[in-house]
Design a protein around this ligand. Structure first.
Ligand code: ATP
Length: 240
């Protein structure tokens, strides 16, 4: 088997004196989509933020053979780790075009002579071209989510961390966003960690999954294995 793209070992993270992650270990393979599922407060967001350097950690995060724990977020991003944060991280007062231009500027370091342009995002999701002069905040929730995903893809990440793309979206819109995401991923060889409370959607797109509860991995395996395990349900019920 080839080297994992990401190997997290015994990862701990705290907010003040309160530990939120109690020794998490996981791996992500080449072009693999890994779902992180679990109830509110399980630690999914914290784990993604820990991987991309937004929260301080103890333990080890090895990305493509390099230890990144303790590195600054911009340094980790430059290595090829993209992050679509919870709440999408778009600038709602700026236009769609301005959001994309900023993402292109931010991607400059990594693009090395092959600087992305907003046109690339318009090709990924054509409605963005139509709405390019609108403030991002005037887009629908699903369109804002796609804008956030396109922004992250402009930096051409090798590993993309996506935090709860279904948050605040109606079921039908969630389905549309996941269909688009699946299409974009199929066109690229990107490894993905996808945090999601919507099990059906997450498992439809992922190869493997980790179930988090109260800051710990309580179950992991292939999607088909997880779908047959009662503990998955208990992890949800136990924490609600
Ligand atoms: P959700 O789906 O609600 O976002 P989650 O699985 O992503 O949940 P986290 O947001 O990572 O979980 O939260 C894990 C724990 O850390 C929770 O107990 C939460 O209250 C706590 N926590 C998260 N962010 C902060 C913060 N900024 N300050 C203090 N505690 C926090």
């Amino acid at each position: 088997m080839s080297e994992p793209v990401l190997e997290v070992a015994d990862l701990r993270a705290s907010y003040g004196t309160v530990e939120a992650l109690h020794g998490i270990s996981l791996t992500v393979g080449e072009a693999e989509v890994v779902a992180l599922v679990g109830p509110n407060g399980a630690g999914k967001t914290t784990l993604l933020r820990a991987i991309c350097g937004d929260v301080r950690v103890r333990g080890s995060v090895v990305y493509r053979g390099m230890e990144t724990a303790g590195k600054k977020p911009y340094a980790i991003a430059r290595l090829g780790v993209g992050h679509v944060p919870e709440g999408r991280g778009t600038f709602t007062d700026l236009t769609v075009a301005e959001n994309l231009q900023l993402a292109c500027l931010g991607a400059g370091d990594r693009a090395r002579g092959n600087r992305p342009t907003p046109d690339e995002a318009y090709e990924m999701f054509p409605i963005l071209r139509e709405f390019r002069q609108r403030p991002a905040g005037a887009l629908s929730g699903g369109q804002q989510q796609m804008l956030a995903i396109c922004r992250a893809l402009l930096a051409r990440p090798d590993l993309l961390l996506i935090d709860e793309p279904s948050a605040g979206l109606a079921p039908l819109v969630t389905k549309e966003v996941f269909d688009e995401l699946e299409r974009l991923l199929a066109e690229r060889r990107i490894s993905v960690v996808l945090s999601e409370q919507n099990l059906t959607r997450a498992f439809a797109i992922a190869h493997r999954g980790y179930v988090l509860s109260s800051g710990r991995v309580v179950l992991s395996g292939s999607v088909s294995e997880l779908q047959q395990r009662d503990e998955l349900l208990h992890a949800y019920l136990g924490a609600t």
